[in-house]
Design a protein around this ligand. Structure first.
Ligand code: NZQ
Ligand code: ZN
Length: 387
């Protein structure tokens, strides 16, 4: 078991209609609020009006239209300008992971006298950030319980995961009823994203029985509940369990004391969504089984056996490689069964830029240092196999 230093300062308020507590939470943080949101889903579900009503005694400035795979320009830059011009005290992010991620970059940029990209690209370490509160409306990223955000810069095809302990939300409101309207496509993509967050931690050299059990239960919970949510989008219990399982995803709690893995599928997917603006969870679902096949060998097979037997119930008396192959096939079949397009061509990616993306990943993501190291040629082969 490895040493660790762990703290999550985020308050989670979970359940039906918990946003009644929003004014009390916000009051301790200031009067001037930057309300951030996406393309309009929060208006359709009545959440925008409810927030405005609850915060009628606050001064609210708005930043809307934050897109999936949130963009540095215009969203982060506009948000930083609004914060500085209006002397904002606190950011309230209402929406999916993209809105919250963008808000985290804005929170740091608002307290920095320079180009916010300096912070996102780790050229400069932030010294302060505005406090962030969020109401998450999509179960997927776990951004509500971690200190990271992923920002895209279109002109350089960069999609960078930016983490800083200053960026933990002060408080996250999790009301599963707000996820009833999430489309089948986004429900499935969210499930695949959260499953991959667990897999990125599960496939490693050094783990514990405790962590393995926690992660195996997380994977099973996501698969069972995603099916229920797709069959009945207003199944409260299924949406609720899915939401909490996703919330744990990226905050490290699943793998305290585990060894480093390198998060290879995320490293590769970030290039796909940077170059082609695809849905993050779909890109991950496409890559994951191909990555698994590519790295399966004598050294890695043991983890696949454990995964196959404990997550998919594969017969443990079979040969190790047979179990591993069956586990990889089961992973693929599950994603396919929840309606995810399972080829890059299905999401508009052809072979023309695969080598360029593989080069970009190899240069920027440090995957030669992952649990199963990947060089540029490995990344290119995984992309090619995903076509
Ligand atoms: O823009 P609106 O109108 O709000 O619509 C959104 C968007 O079109 C819609 N949506 C959200 N809540 C809804 C809803 N539609 C109906 N009802 C609701 N209740 O869903 C669409 C997708 O939203 P988005 O926020 O992009 O999805 P998600 O939460 O999956 O976030 C994806 C982003 O998070 C990053 C990804 O790379 C991607 O950029 N990630 C962030 C992580 C983190 N901070 O820890 C970790 C992840 O690995 C991931 O990389
Ligand atoms: Zn992810």
């Amino acid at each position: 078991m490895q040493n660790f230093d762990y703290m999550t300062p985020t308050r989670l308020i979970f359940g039906k209609d918990v946003i009644g507590k929003l004014p009390e939470v916000m009051a301790s943080l200031g009067k001037k609020v930057l309300l951030t949101y996406g393309g309009g889903s929060i208006k359709k579900i009545g959440l925008y009006d409810r927030v405005k009503e609850l915060l009628k005694d606050f001064e609210i400035i708005e930043l809307s239209d934050i897109r999936p795979n949130p963009k540095y320009d215009p969203s982060v830059l506009d948000g930083v300008r609004l914060c500085k011009a209006n002397d904002i005290d606190v950011i309230l992010a209402v929406g999916g992971g993209s809105v919250l991620d963008c808000s985290k970059a804005i929170a740091a940029g608002a307290k920095y006298n320079g180009d916010p990209w300096d912070l996102i690209s780790y050229k400069v370490k932030a010294k302060a950030a505005l406090p962030i509160v969020d109401i998450i409306t999509l179960a997927a990223t776990g951004s509500e319980y971690d200190c990271g955000g992923v920002i895209s810069r279109t002109e350089t095809n960069d999609k960078i995961g930016y983490m800083d302990p200053l960026l933990y939300p002060v408080c996250s409101f999790l009301d599963p009823t707000y996820t009833f309207t999430v489309s089948k496509k986004q429900t499935a993509a969210g499930c695949a994203d959260a499953m991959n967050h667990i897999m990125e931690q599960y496939f490693c050299e050094d783990s514990t029985l405790l962590n393995d059990g926690f992660m195996e239960a997380g994977l099973k919970s996501l698969m069972v509940n995603a099916r229920k949510c797709l069959a009945n989008p207003e199944d409260y219990t299924a949406r609720a369990e899915m939401m909490l399982t996703c919330t744990y995803g990226c905050n490290g709690i699943y793998s305290l004391g585990n060894s480093y893995t390198g998060w290879p599928c995320h490293g590769m997917e970030h290039a796909l969504s940077a170059y082609y603006d695809i849905t993050h969870g779909e890109g991950l679902a496409i890559i994951t089984p191909r990555w698994m096949k590519h790295i399966l060998n004598e050294k890695t097979v043991g983890r696949f056996v454990k995964y196959g037997v404990n997550v998919f119930g594969i017969d443990s008396s079979l040969d190790d490689f047979e179990i591993a192959e069956k586990a990889i096939d089961a992973t693929y079949s599950f994603f396919e069964s929840i309606g995810i397009p399972m080829h890059l061509r299905d999401v508009g990616i052809d072979e023309s830029r695969l080598d360029e993306m593989a080069h970009h990943v190899a240069e920027n993501e440090g995957l030669d240092n992952a649990w199963a190291p990947l060089l540029q040629k490995d990344i290119a082969e995984i992309f090619m196999a995903s076509l």
